[in-house]
Design a protein around this ligand. Structure first.
Ligand code: PLP
Length: 458
């Protein structure tokens, strides 16, 4: 018999999580204004809100925490991080930041101006927020296949080259600080970008003399998908693929809370010394001196170790297999899920799951609330609430996809947890009384409203 897949790690420390009753959860979610961000973590049994900073560090990362160097300037931890970034990603210049959006804030402060345009594949919410906050425009050039959850395409994060070229033709290059390529593309469902597409985008960028920045939170997962889906890369190691991917970029922003498997941290890495120097000024202003930028020494040391572990095939295989195990279970239960499954999460198509709820009543948020009440599982809406209002008309924006994301933290939950999640979703799906009332907004922030929005059931 073929041996089944098993993780190449064992567990050395455990943390208790609390179960609750259906009645308790009904009360708690009401008190939280039907916003899952407002729940206490003690009110959640399985937390799939995000895979950001929620992973389990390894024994080696924890030992790096103990030997971290907390010197203000020139700490050895900084140099460990610098070496890891040079050796694994290939960049000479880097700035530590406290997380990914801080990297965006610093880099965009140095490069993005009013009326600029930043084309890319579906920009992540904080990325878009930082662009729009500077009165610039994010232009989505993702391939159309990305927006149909039932179509199979191996690289749904890809850029549509003709959409991109139209933007590059339409605007003078001075108005385009860079193209941003998100690998994997979080907002379109953790979907990868192929090496071929990366190369083609790079060719176009060269032709129009525009830079490319990779939004790289899940770059290692992207490399894994290239290895298993792009024939000519099947015999290459993840580290070789990673090196090659970044050859086509001028720089990157990183949320290390994802593929560097730390609880907090981020960085900017760059090839160009001039941009580095400009960004360094903002780093000192917003984050801290350039050799720590908002991170403790111990966190930089753990990050360096995490970058190495996160780009090992075994780490990625265990992670992505777990996500796919859950996805395949849901499919067996006929739950409408986005395919192919993302690297870090399973996305439920809420419009198909709750066909009776119209878009003005936020089907994905409604479903996330129901799933919490059913089983204490916390997912997150990736839909109209997250999309914010149009910055000019102030009308609600209704993206094509209304999704509930179930993000799986790295090395944290077991196969039994995946089985529990799948059955909980099936139970909501099979309910005798169909869910036909959604939610409405009673209070919201002007930007990034999904974090603090207050809702009522209709
Ligand atoms: C998480 C994420 C960010 C923002 O990083 P934070 O560490 O949460 O600030 C930016 N882009 C992508 C693609 C991400 O997944």
């Amino acid at each position: 018999m073929k041996l089944p897949f098993a993780e190449s790690y064992k567990i050395k420390m455990v943390e208790s999580i609390k179960k609750s009753t259906y009645e308790e959860r009904q009360k708690w979610i009401k008190e939280a204004n039907y916003n899952l961000f407002n729940l206490k973590s003690s009110q959640v049994f399985i937390d799939l809100l995000t895979d950001s900073g929620t992973g389990a560090m390894s024994d080696k990362q924890w030992s790096e925490m103990m030997i971290g160097d907390e010197s203000y300037a020139g700490a050895s931890s900084y140099y460990k991080m610098k070496d890891a970034i040079k050796n694994i990603l290939g960049f000479d210049y880097f700035l530590p930041t406290h997380q990914g959006r801080a990297a965006e804030n610093v880099l965009f402060s140095a490069t993005v101006n009013e009326d600029d345009v930043v084309p890319g594949n579906t920009h992540f919410d904080t990325t878009k927020g930082h662009i729009e906050f500077r009165k610039a425009t994010a232009i989505d050039c993702t391939i159309d296949e990305a927006f149909d959850t039932s179509v199979f395409h191996p690289f749904k994060g890809n850029i549509d080259l003709s959409k991109l070229e139209n933007v590059l033709k339409q605007y003078p290059k001075e108005k385009i600080p860079f193209i941003i390529l998100t690998i994997t593309c979080n907002s379109s469902g953790g979907q990868p970008v192929s090496m071929k597409n990366i190369k083609d985008v790079s060719k176009l960028a060269k032709k129009y003399d525009v830079k490319i920045i990779f939004d790289s939170a899940r770059f290692a997962e992207n490399a894994y998908f290239i290895k298993i889906r792009e024939e000519e890369y099947k015999d290459k190691s993840i580290k070789e693929i990673v090196k090659e991917m970044f050859l086509y970029s001028d720089g990157m922003t990183m949320s290390s809370k994802k593929d560097a498997i730390v609880n907090m941290g981020g960085f900017i890495a760059l090839r160009d010394e001039d941009i580095f120097k400009k960004a360094a000024v903002f780093n000192i202003l917003y984050e801290g001196f350039i050799t720590y930028g908002g991170m403790s020494g111990r966190d930089m040391s753990a990050l360096a170790q995490g970058l190495d572990e996160g780009t090992e095939f075994d780490t990625l295989e265990a992670r992505i297999n777990q996500v796919y195990y859950l996805g395949n279970k849901l499919k067996k239960y006929n739950i409408p899920v986005q395919e192919p499954f993302g690297g870090h999460a399973i996305f439920i198509d809420a419009k198909k799951f709750l066909p009776n709820i119209n878009k003005e009543e936020f089907p994905a948020q409604t479903l996330a609330v129901e799933l919490y009440i059913e089983a204490g599982i916390r997912g997150v809406e990736i839909g109209a609430i997250m999309a914010d209002r149009d910055p000019i008309t102030r009308e609600n924006r209704y993206p094509e996809l209304e999704l509930v994301r179930l993000a799986i933290p790295r090395r944290t939950y077991t196969k039994n947890h995946m089985d529990y999640i799948a059955v909980a979703i099936k139970n909501v799906f099979d309910r005798k009384d169909p869910i036909n009332k959604g939610v409405k907004i009673v209070d919201e922030a002007p930007i990034l409203r999904h974090f603090t929005v207050k809702l009522e059931r209709i």
